[in-house]
Each structure stands twice: as structure tokens, then as C-alpha cells.
Design a protein around this ligand. Structure first.
Ligand code: AHR
Length: 492
């Protein structure tokens, strides 16, 4: 047992936690869309116009704020006009990035927008820059958002949608340094400016345009973008979307469920690197944009392991254990602490792909440990992140592995504190002083199991949230949290 002293100063505000920091990502990849979220109207699985009902409920429960679609690498080969109109007439397409499967385009713009409406989240569309045209993206925006008579608005109406949708988030390309066109930062910056110029704000619809950001620690990409995204005195982008996956080694990703202590701590070290990454990208942005007009967006993050045995290698289907829960908790705590510049983050991916929050098999759907972490953290959304410190120790020499990860926020007179004990062996006796907040009531919830524990279709409740006994002694929170656990404390 380790005694850990913590401190929260509710009067020391660090940044506003946009709800979009708790965002998600859905790509046409493996069984994320087809045979995942979308089962088709004729399916026996309960659905609304083909969209699984159980999934909609699950997403609502974690207050999913935003969903990115249709990719990923897929976005830069997606032609939106092939996915509208009568389904029987829609063109088929080859998903060249993910398994070479042929898709029938039965899930397109209307279906995605309906999914977002059902969940109550913002759509985040990533447009095709790599293999599309300026006109194609410009027309997609017109199709979705123009209220009036125009070629695209008329087409939308002919397809059964009279009134436009609201669209805030628009990504202009995806990984254009790689699968999205193998561009140099200079070249992409110019291409971005050209594309973004023709993505218009119609009526009161105001786009938040996200430029493709760096691949992990490619700081030169950010530097180049920041140099060129201001034109005629105005920023041409509202955000820059970087990507960072937690993978110990790209050539040897390892299994999602079979790993040893060394694998665990090595992975944690790559997750903790997110802190450095966000700090360094933010520092570059601060130099060019001290007013903070351009947001940092992390529109893909999460773990990436070998696919489950017997599954299609192009489908990226992996299980999800308590290790993933720790990864999620560390990441979300880091995001909160960076909420001044970081305004959106999207875990990859929402269902059946990479660090998924839900997995499906036929009619069955399970919630993963990562899902439960999003549940534990949901009250941070739209809160003010406040100073939170723990007297921490690094667990493994040579690896960035603090034992305790934490963050705190205040909203509507409620203080939410989230703490992860990342040790595999040591329980923690936490004693946390709370300043500048008059706490009268306390409640706490915990997710804690052995690190390999995961939910299966046979045993969907191996890992679930339970109540935790936490005490308030004056203005001090006292609780014992076991090794390998994630906790939410609520003070009123
Ligand atoms: O999430 C899987 C893939 O990872 C995405 O398609 C791509 O953007 C990234 O490389």
C-alpha cells in the first residue's frame, strides 16, 4: 500500500473542457459501420432505419458529444454522391485501405446524420482531399447545409430531406502526409487553403474547419501549417487535427489480451508521451497564435494491437481489457489538463475497431472497459478544469510511468475528480485536500479488475463500474483505491 497525497485547488482554473474532448470516430473499416453500427433495415437486430438501437442507447449514456466520419484513410477515397439516393441505385465501391472489401454505399450522408441525431451528438465530417476535388467537397457542404434553392439543396430535397442539417465540424482531408496523398507540409498547406476557401458558411451554419495535423511528433508539420494558415490577417482554419496511437512498436504491436508486466508499462509510457506531444504542439501554436484562435484537435487516438486471431487483418478488430481502461483514463486526464488549447479528441474507433467502446457479435453487444471509463469521466464535459496535483512516483526506471493519473473539474457547483491507479501491484491510500470548494457530500464509482480482465459475449459483465467507499473528512477526500483501477469522485 502506498500513501498518496493529492491536492485540488478549485479556484485555480486551467481551461474549459469542451465536451468534444470526449469525442469518437467511426470509419468504414472492418465492422465499424457495416455489421456494426449499421445492420440494415431488414435486420432482425432491433434498429432504427438500419441503425442498431442498443448502440444508440449506449452512446447516449456516455453523452457522446461528437462523431467523426467516414474516415480515416477511407475519407480520402470516399465520394459522397455515391452514398445518397435510392439504395438500390447506389454505386458499389472497393474499400482499398481496409481489406479490399466491396461496399454497397447503403450507409451514406443521410444515414450518418440520422445516427448523430439519434445519439444527440455533433457530426464531424472528414472531406476527401486526396482523391477528391475542390468542387466535390464544396458541393457536399452545400448539400448538407444550404437552405434555399440550389442544385445541391434541390438534390437533398429530392432525396427526402427538406431542411438542411447543421454541420459544425469539417475536416479538410485526413493524414494527407500519408494515406491522404503523401503530401509535404508546404504543399498540403496550400491545398488546404484552396479547399477551405470553397467550403462556405450558408445561412447561420458556421463551419469549424480542421486542417490535417501532424503524425504524432512531427513538429515541423505543425510549424509549417501555423506559418501558412494565416492569410490576409485571418486564420483559414479553426483547428489542426493531429493523430497519435499508443503502440509500443509498429512492427510488433502484440496481443490485446496476452501481455506481461513489461508490455504493460511500456505501453503506459507511450500513452504518457501524449503529455509531451500536446505540450510541444501547443508551444508551437502559442508562438504563432498567442490568442488561442486555432484549436488543437486530436482526432485519432487510442491503442493499436494485433487483430484477434482468426479475424481479417484488414479489419483491425481487437479485444479491450483493463489495460485499455487505464490507457483511456490517463489520456482523458491529460486531455483535461490541456483543455486550454485542445478542443476536441476522438478515440479510434467507436465500435469493433481498435480501442472500441462497444463490440458486437450478431445481435449481442458488449461494453468494453474503455466504455466504462468514458462513463466515469462524462461529468467533466463542459466543466472548468482546475489544478490537481498528486505526490507521484515513477514506477519503472527509464519509462514514463507515474503511478497516479488525475484531473479535476468544476461545473454547476459540482466538483468531479478522476483518478487512476496505474500500478499493477500497489494499492493506493489517497488523501486529497480540496481548496476553494465547500464540499458537503461525496460519492464515488470505481472500475477495477485484474489488468487482463475484459468483457466477452459470454460474460459481458466481467468488468463493470461499482460504487466505491470514499470519505469526506473536513475538506479532505480519503479513499483506498486498488492497483489497476479508475475512479470518479463527485463532490457537492
Ligand atoms: O484508425 C485507423 C487508421 O489509422 C485511420 O484510417 C487512419 O487515419 C490512421 O492511420
Amino acid at each position: 500500500m502506498k500513501n498518496i497525497k493529492m491536492l485540488v485547488n478549485a479556484g485555480d482554473k486551467i481551461g474549459h473542457i469542451n465536451r468534444e474532448l470526449y469525442g469518437h470516430f467511426s470509419e468504414h473499416l472492418g465492422r465499424c459501420i457495416y455489421n456494426g453500427i449499421y445492420v440494415g433495415e431488414d435486420s432482425e437486430i432491433p434498429n432504427i432505419h438500419g441503425i442498431r438501437k442498443d448502440m444508440v442507447e449506449a452512446f447516449k449514456n456516455i453523452k457522446m458529444p461528437v462523431l467523426r466520419w467516414p474516415g480515416g484513410c477511407f475519407a480520402d477515397e470516399y465520394h459522397w454522391k455515391d452514398g445518397i439516393g435510392d439504395k438500390s441505385g447506389r454505386k458499389k465501391m472497393i474499400n482499398t485501405n481496409w481489406g479490399g472489401v466491396v461496399e454497397d454505399n447503403s450507409f451514406g450522408t443521410h444515414e450518418f446524420m440520422e445516427l448523430c441525431e439519434l445519439v444527440g451528438c455533433e457530426p464531424y465530417i472528414s472531406g476527401n482531399v486526396g482523391s477528391g476535388t475542390v468542387r466535390e467537397l464544396s458541393e457536399w457542404v452545400e448539400y448538407m447545409t444550404f437552405d434555399g434553392m440550389s442544385p445541391m439543396a434541390d438534390l437533398r430535397k429530392a432525396n427526402g430531406k427538406d431542411k438542411p442539417w447543421k454541420l459544425k465540424y469539417l475536416g479538410v482531408g485526413n493524414e494527407n502526409w500519408g494515406c491522404g496523398g503523401n503530401m509535404s507540409p508546404d504543399f498540403y498547406s496550400n491545398v488546404y487553403r484552396q479547399y477551405a476557401s470553397f467550403c462556405k458558411n450558408y445561412g447561420d451554419n458556421k463551419l469549424f474547419k480542421v486542417a490535417c495535423g501532424a503524425n504524432g511528433a512531427d513538429y515541423e508539420w505543425t510549424e509549417t501549417l501555423m506559418k501558412s494558415l494565416k492569410h490576409n490577417g485571418a486564420w483559414q482554419a479553426n483547428g489542426i487535427g493531429i493523430h497519435y496511437y499508443s503502440v509500443p512498436e509498429w512492427n510488433n504491436k502484440g496481443s490485446a489480451t496476452k501481455f506481461d508486466e513489461n508490455d504493460y508499462y511500456t505501453l503506459l509510457s507511450t500513452v504518457n508521451f501524449t503529455e509531451t506531444l500536446l505540450t510541444r504542439h501547443s508551444e508551437i501554436m502559442n508562438r504563432y497564435d498567442p490568442e488561442g484562435e486555432v484549436a488543437l484537435v486530436l482526432d485519432e487516438w487510442g491503442t493499436w494491437f494485433d487483430v484477434e486471431e482468426g479475424t481479417n487483418p484488414g479489419f483491425l478488430y481487437q479485444q479491450n481489457t483493463m489495460r485499455d481502461a487505464l490507457v483511456a483514463a490517463i489520456s482523458l486526464n491529460i486531455f483535461n489538463r490541456h483543455s486550454k488549447r485542445l478542443k476536441m479528441a476522438n478515440i479510434a474507433q467507436v465500435c469493433n475497431v481498435l480501442q472500441a467502446v462497444v463490440l458486437t457479435e450478431g445481435e449481442k453487444m458488449i461494453k468494453t472497459p474503455t466504455y466504462h471509463v468514458f462513463d466515469l469521466f462524462k461529468e467533466h464535459q463542459e466543466g472548468e478544469c482546475v489544478y490537481c496535483h498528486s505526490d507521484n512516483e515513477n514506477m519503472v526506471e527509464g519509462k514514463d510511468t507515474p503511478m497516479i493519473s488525475s484531473s479535476a473539474s468544476v461545473k454547476d457547483g459540482v466538483l468531479t475528480l478522476t483518478v487512476a491507479n496505474c500500478s499493477l501491484t500497489d494499492d493506493a491510500q489517497i488523501s486529497c485536500d480540496i481548496f476553494d470548494f465547500d464540499a458537503k457530500e461525496i460519492s464515488a464509482r470505481i472500475l477495477s479488475e485484474e489488468v487482463h480482465a475484459h468483457n466477452t459475449f459470454e460474460q459481458p459483465e466481467n468488468v463493470v463500474i461499482k460504487a466505491l467507499d470514499a470519505k469526506l473528512e473536513g475538506n479532505k477526500v480519503c479513499m483506498k483505491i486498488p492497483a489497476c483501477s479508475v475512479v470518479e469522485v463527485t463532490l457537492r
